[in-house]
Structure formats: C-alpha cells, structure tokens
Design a protein around this ligand. Structure first.
Ligand code: 13P
Ligand code: SF4
Length: 341
C-alpha cells in the first residue's frame, strides 16, 4: 500500500508485438521527432495509459508544452491555459488528469469541485505562480485603493481568491478592457503586463514576476535568427521581455502561435517559447521548417508517461483546495470565462 505522497516504484509495462502494432499509427506521425529506440520505451506506457483511461473514465488535459509522446500519444484535449480551462468546464469524466503545471490543475479543480483532479507530479510548479502571495495582492490593493486586480491564471488559488478577474495570455487585453476602468493592478507577470499596456489605453500597475523560461530570450537572439535565416518568421509568447516582443512578427499565447503557423504556413519559422512547442507543431505541419530554440520549462518537464500511468493506477496526486479559498478563487476564473463567451 502506498502510505506516502511520493510516486511508488513503477511496474514497467512491456513492449510486446501487440503494443508495437497498436501504437504503430501514432509512431508513424512522431517518427521525425522521436527516435525509434526511444519509441520502444514510450509505446508500452502509451498503450497502458490509453487502456486505463477507458477503464477509469478518465480524461487527460494536456498543455501545449508537454513532450510529443504525451501530447500526441495520450492526450484527450490539448491547448493553451485558456482552452484547457474552458475544456475543464465541459468534461464528462470521473477523473481528470492535468498534464501541465500545478496552477492549471488547480484551475481545473476550481471548475470541477466534485471531480477527482490529478496531477502526475506535485512538484510541477511555475516561477510566476511562486512569485506572489495573497498578502502581496492585498498590499497592492491597499496602495491603490479602488483599483481592480487582474491576475494571470499562472497564480495559486490563494492569489486568485484575492483577484477580481483572471486572464490568460490569450485574453489579457480583452479582460483588462472588459472592466471599463482607466487603471488596473495586473499580477504577477511584469512582461505580460508591459505587453498589455502597449495594446490598451488602460493604465497598468504591475507586479514584477517573470517566467524563468521566457525571460531568458533576448532581442539580439531574434536579430541573429533573422540574419542567419533570411525571410524567417519570428513569433513570440507575451511572457518574453519587451525587446524580444518588439522584434517579433507576431505575439500570442501558445495556441495563438500554433494558429499562426496553421494560417500562415511560413516556409521557415522560429517560435520563441518553450522547446516542446516546436516538436508538437512540426508533427502537424511537416512542410514548415522549424528552427528550434531550446528553453526548457523544468516544471512542465516533471510530467512523464510513467508518472501519468502511476497517477491513473494509484489515483495520485489529488488536487485539493481549501473550500473557503476555492469559493473566492472560482469567481475570478468564472468571471474570466464569461468574457468572450
Ligand atoms: P499559454 O496560456 O499561452 O499556454 O501559456 C501558459 C504558460 O505557462 C506559458 O509559459
Ligand atoms: Fe511557468 Fe514559465 Fe513554465 Fe509557463 S513556461 S509554466 S510560465 S515557468
């Protein structure tokens, strides 16, 4: 019996001829991004996870930054934070496994208080969510009386509970403008806040949190890409610093970036964001040449097929939120979802 909160030792499923046959169509799609020797390791997990999902009436919500074997092998729904939050309100399943980071699993739990919501690794955090507490938000309110608070979903439930309305990178400008005020407090991503300020007349007072993945990109890197690959399209996530966004042809959420590739079908592109995005999108658009910068999100990468399998086998790790906090946090997420509905 598992008495601790840690992952029990994985009983490895085997790469049998049946597993090889049943997963062959998935591998056919992934062969350009996953070497054959690696497939023998992934395939047994993919087969067993897909079998268990049916048995348990479980669904997997998978963020765009998950690795290709998860994204293309076991996901029921893929998307950016906004799409996954919306999907979480529609899911008809007993168990939801969130393959992303902890704040995403909390958002799903807020919207599904009666369902079992699991995250395969409790250590899947986020530098933005870790940068601010509920007390910090209360202090900002005291410094700016009467100014509403918009918080990025990359926050804990405790921070969402202190927030008027949440936003994601896909709808931040729309959410800020929906309040009909001339000033808002925006937490916790300072770079996203500065980007929003360039897109609206609303004054933005912001918290200086940053994403440890996107803050590492520089404008010089983008100029170097343009010099090395003449004609290349450069698209970036709004968590990047302003000098990066100024150099980009397009700025958008992870799904916004994927849609850009689908609509524009450029010959060559570089996506200034987490590594796995390019691999996942390249599978859908083999005719597009992706130049792949590699900034890994260590939190997203704590999720793996063996941990997803354990999550289903042992119903771990359950996401629980203090009911008093949850009631207030849920309001700020629901208010966001009502905008643009
Ligand atoms: P998206 O909402 O654009 O998917 O972003 C989430 C995230 O954590 C990006 O770092
Ligand atoms: Fe958080 Fe950045 Fe990782 Fe996204 S990429 S989960 S914002 S640390």
């Amino acid at each position: 019996m598992n008495r601790s909160n840690s992952t029990p030792e994985v009983v490895e499923p085997l790469y049998t001829p049946e597993v090889e046959r049943s997963t062959a169509p998935v591998y056919e799609r992934l062969k350009d991004v996953i070497p054959e020797v690696e497939w023998a390791v992934h395939a047994p997990y993919i087969a067993e996870i897909n079998r268990l999902k049916k048995e348990l009436n479980a669904v997997l919500l998978v963020h765009n930054y998950q690795t290709p074997e998860i994204y293309h092998g076991v996901a029921d729904f893929v998307g950016d934070s906004l799409a996954l939050a919306r999907k979480a309100t529609e899911v008809d399943a007993d168990i939801i496994v969130q393959c992303g980071v902890h704040f995403m699993a909390e958002t799903t739990k807020l919207l599904n208080p009666d369902k079992t919501v699991l995250i395969p690794d409790l250590g899947a955090g986020c530098s933005l969510a870790a940068s601010i507490t509920g007390a910090d938000v209360r202090r900002m309110r005291e410094q700016h009386p009467g100014v509403p608070v918009v918080s990025y979903v990359n926050t804990t439930a405790e921070v969402k509970a202190e927030t008027d309305v949440c936003c994601t990178s896909a709808n931040a400008v729309q959410v800020v403008e929906s309040l009909g005020v001339d000033k808002v407090i925006f937490t916790p991503d300072g770079y996203l806040a500065q980007y929003v300020a360039t897109q609206t007349d609303v004054e933005i007072i912001y918290w200086e949190g940053a994403c440890e993945v996107h803050e590492r990109f520089t404008g010089q890197e983008l100029r170097d890409y343009r010099q090395s690959y003449p004609g290349i399209r450069v698209i970036a996530h709004p968590e990047c610093p302003p000098d990066v966004l100024n150099e980009a042809d397009f700025v958008g959420s992870t799904s916004g970036m994927i849609n850009y590739v689908g609509q524009e079908r450029p010959k060559q592109i570089v996506m200034i964001t987490e590594c796995s995005m390019s691999d996942n999108v390249a599978v859908e658009y083999p005719e597009v040449d992706f130049i792949r910068p590699c900034n890994l999100c260590p939190h997203m990468k704590t999720i793996s097929l063996p941990k997803i399998l354990n999550s289903l086998r042992y119903t771990q790790h359950k996401v629980e939120i203090d009911p008093a906090v949850a009631a207030r946090a849920r309001r700020s997420v629901e208010r966001m979802l009502e905008i643009g509905r």
